[in-house]
Design a protein around this ligand. Sequence first.
Ligand code: ADP
Ligand code: RBF
Ligand code: MG
Length: 379
Amino acid sequence: MSMSNSLKKLSSCVLIDLDGTLLNTDGVVGDILRKYLCKYGKQWDGRESLKIVGQTPLEAATTIVEDYGLPCGVDEFNSEFYPLFSAQMDKIKSLPGATRLIRHLKCHGVPMALASNSSRANIETKISHHEGWKECFSVIVGRDEVSKGKPSPDIFLEAAKRLNKDPEDCLVIEDSVPGVMAGKAAGMKVIAVPSLPKQTHLYTCADEIINSLLDIRPEKWGLPPFQDWIENTLPIDPWHIGGPVIKGFGRGSKVLGIPTANLSTKDYANELVEHPSGVYFGWAGLPTRGVYKMVMSIGWNPFFDNKEKTIEPWLLHDFTEDFYGEELRLIIVGYIRPEANFTSLESLVAKIHEDREVAERALDLPSYAKFKNDPYLTK
Ligand code: ADP
Ligand code: RBF
Ligand code: MG
């Protein structure tokens, strides 16, 4: 890369979208619509998510009323939907890596703005439920403070102006297509973090597409690097899942020589939605056998283009027999990398063995090793 190109990549401030980027707003919206649409004998199937992500609240309401052929008008829909939504605003969870990201930038004195298509008042309410968030942003710009919402550049240009920055010094982080378009139209650098799976083809105008906030590398943009990675792993808040081992796709051992013990996806549907796809590691317990190191992928296995998001845990131990039907307990303690596609089976297998080595080494570190004795693993 030439000098001028690499210099152009430097940013001195960050403009962040809220819904879908820092907050899992879609989760709460989906829950409300599921119940609400029943009233009209309709079933929310999440299909409209694709369209409403990144729309202004008014546009999103119009989409739903039209697509579901609701007998009410957009105004009536809004007057019913908004009270339901407002009552649930305290339930909107932060997305994995969101608090880590804004704390890190704040700690290093990087100026930050929240730039959202929702109203200023809604933004303030939503972030008030997340401790320490408000103080991170020196500027907040809502849809009602400019004349046009995203994909128009207005919101981002106004945020830059209030931060006293030129657009080319701004790095935008966005989950939606209209948001990415708005950032580019404003002349800014844009990282896209698509909130819906398998949609990366829609984000080609972004400067970088990442899978989740866990994958942000601020140093690529001239910002201070994260310092919490240890030996190529990122510690995460541990999560626990367990259940009987069921039949998977039947190709782990056969095709890859890497057996993965699958759990029923119904039993941990919430965890599947909440955790970004990628390669993780931790400890696995089979109560009648013992506790073992474990490395796993969660996601759609791009190499095989699965239709369903699954967890594929590989226990790092040679077993002499299968253990279908046995209770398997997992504590997931760290993250390694996003899922990737590969040009050959050999390169996929080689990468998985590299992951195994990373996990094996990391799990000996005291901060990860301590979970080995968690009673959850042995019941
Ligand atoms: P499936 O598609 O049914 O999951 P796999 O080829 O992935 O089949 O093999 C997984 C099965 O192999 C597990 O359910 C388990 O019974 C057995 N198995 C043997 N060794 C291991 C191991 N080290 N890690 C995970 N599963 C193992
Ligand atoms: N599948 C992919 O398509 N891309 C990956 O990057 C990927 N990484 C994996 C990492 C680990 C540690 C494991 C255990 C599996 C991974 N897989 C990946 C999933 C693999 O394709 C899956 O286990 C088989 O498809 C068996 O169903
Ligand atoms: Mg398997």
